[in-house]
Write a protein that binds this ligand. Structure first.
Ligand code: GLY
Ligand code: MN
Ligand code: MN
Length: 482
């Protein structure tokens, strides 16, 4: 069930009743419409390897990993469905191919686990569901795959979801990835510690990406780069209306829906001093020539892999000296961050390298109340008044990927080849910050790129988008000339 305001059968109170004659008539006269030419998903062989690793870790335990259920937006209307990343990572089922309330069950066997996928398959035309049920009905939400079609596409044994409650009633030792499907959660006994261990394992297992994932990440980044070109093209329209940030946001959204599944996260379209609000997603401000505009945006592909890129651009195409000063400082900090990325280095090193450059620059501007050294000490942090967020996070199927990994694997961990992360220093001088001369107030700059950790260093997946201030100006001029 999705919306609280829908009836058990998916109908709403204001739906028209179905007369008996109509109900009978609806069952007749339909040609068979099997899906032909189903190709096995490219992700299948990678998913098998992932499930084997999971099986080895949790030998003898039944594991229940729900895709999640629909979430209400308003009354009986739901948000577009997006399956949980752990479910998608293990099954290869993503985007419009995923069905709400699907559940992956890893059933323990003597030699490991058998993977069973429970779904709402396509409803047959002999029930009323296909035309009456606004949640699952084919006439309402489109065709779903049958169990056989799903088996072909995703190389996994598929069962009807209606049989899952019976399975979960037996005495098998079971651990669920809790919190994503209430109907499943209530059928599985709570094991707080073991559930946390499963959640953490599933998160940490995604730290190092396989070749399929790296490829998809590059596609996400490339689509996002095209979205940034769309953004620059939309600047004349954005400056000519009130609330021009909405024009910028929608230009990018169009690209996300055209080339991908969705946005990886709500676009931050922050003109002028809005750039100082780190997660500015209201996007209802004006876009004024002379100001900077910070756009933080990422396209999530059909495979669910998302980019996370920020560019800060001068709305009229040219940085003022004050804007360029702050921008260049952030640019240099990012370079230092990049140079700290390599297998064997600590995750923290990236942040430390970038922050050292920012602290130095702020000290040179005379705004630090203590020495650079004291500010950079763990109990210092004075420079962070203008840069309160960390410099990096893991990136993948979730924009803040692998967030349930243990500290020793992530925050205090060591980088490994195949990890993908952001390098995103920023400086934000709020309009009411009296410590800075007036010309700097209201300037916010972040530069964010997506990098793959390699044995010897890194590969910047988003290098096609210019970030040096001179290159940004030329890039914008070329786009706007077209
Ligand atoms: N877009 C959110 C972030 O950069 O972490
Ligand atoms: Mn980020
Ligand atoms: Mn971002």
């Amino acid at each position: 069930m999705s919306s609280a305001s829908k009836n058990e059968d998916g109908t709403r109170n204001y739906d028209l009743p179905t007369p008996l004659g109509m109900a009978e008539f609806m069952k007749q006269g339909w040609a068979p419409t099997p899906l032909v030419g189903i190709k096995e998903s490219e992700a299948v062989r990678f998913c098998r390897d992932r499930r084997t690793k999971l099986s080895n870790e949790f030998f003898g335990t039944r594991l229940v990993i729900p895709a999640g259920a629909l979430k209400v937006r308003t009354n009986d209307t739901d948000y577009r469905f997006r399956a949980h990343s752990a479910f998608s990572w293990l099954t290869g089922i993503t985007a419009s191919e995923s069905v709400p309330e699907s559940v992956l069950v890893m059933e323990p066997r003597s030699n490991g686990h058998e993977a069973l996928l429970y779904i709402h398959p396509r409803s047959t035309r002999d029930s009323e569901e296909f035309y009456r049920d606004a949640t699952h009905g084919e006439f309402w939400v489109g065709r779903r795959m049958t169990t056989e079609e799903t088996e072909k596409r995703f190389g996994i044994k598929v069962m009807h979801i209606d049989t899952l409650p019976g399975v979960l009633r037996d005495a098998t030792d079971t651990v669920v990835l809790r919190g994503h499907d209430k109907a499943v959660d209530k059928r599985v006994e709570k094991h707080k510690k073991r559930e946390k261990a499963l959640d953490s394992w599933l998160s940490a297992a995604r730290l190092v990406k396989d070749s399929y994932e790296i490829n998809e990440m590059q596609k996400a980044v490339d689509a996002t780069a095209r979205g940034f070109v769309d953004i620059v093209k939309s600047i004349p329209a954005a400056t000519s209306v009130k609330r021009g940030e909405r024009i910028i946001e929608s230009a990018f959204f169009g690209r996300a829906r055209l080339e991908g599944n969705e946005l990886g996260y709500d676009t931050i379209a922050a003109a002028g001093a809005h750039a100082c609000i780190l997660h500015w997603i209201k996007n209802d401000g004006d876009v004024r020539p002379g100001d900077l505009m910070l756009v933080d945006a990422g396209i999530e592909m059909e495979s669910h892999y998302t980019a996370d890129i920020t560019r800060t651009i001068p709305i009229n195409g040219k940085f003022t000296p004050a804007q360029r000063h702050i921008y260049t400082l952030v640019y240099e900090a990012q370079k230092a961050g990049f140079n700290a990325v390599k297998a064997g280095a600590k995750f923290k090193d990236i942040n430390d390298a970038a922050q050292a450059v920012l602290a130095q620059g702020l000290a040179e501007m005379g705004v630090l109340p203590v020495s650079i050294g004291d500010s950079l000490k763990e109990d210092g942090g004075y420079h962070r008044r203008w840069s309160v967020h960390g410099t990096s996070h893991m990136l993948g199927m979730d924009v803040h990927d692998c967030a349930q990994a243990r500290n020793d694997q992530y925050r205090d961990g060591v980088l490994e080849a195949g990890m993908i992360l952001t390098v995103e220093p920023g400086l934000y001088i709020h309009p009411d910050d009296e410590l800075f001369p007036a010309e700097y107030r209201g300037i916010g700059v972040r530069i964010e790129d997506d990098v793959l950790v390699t044995k010897t260093g890194y590969q910047n997946l988003s290098r096609s988008l210019p970030s040096h201030p001179d290159e940004v100006e030329v890039w914008m001029a070329n786009i706007l000339r077209q």
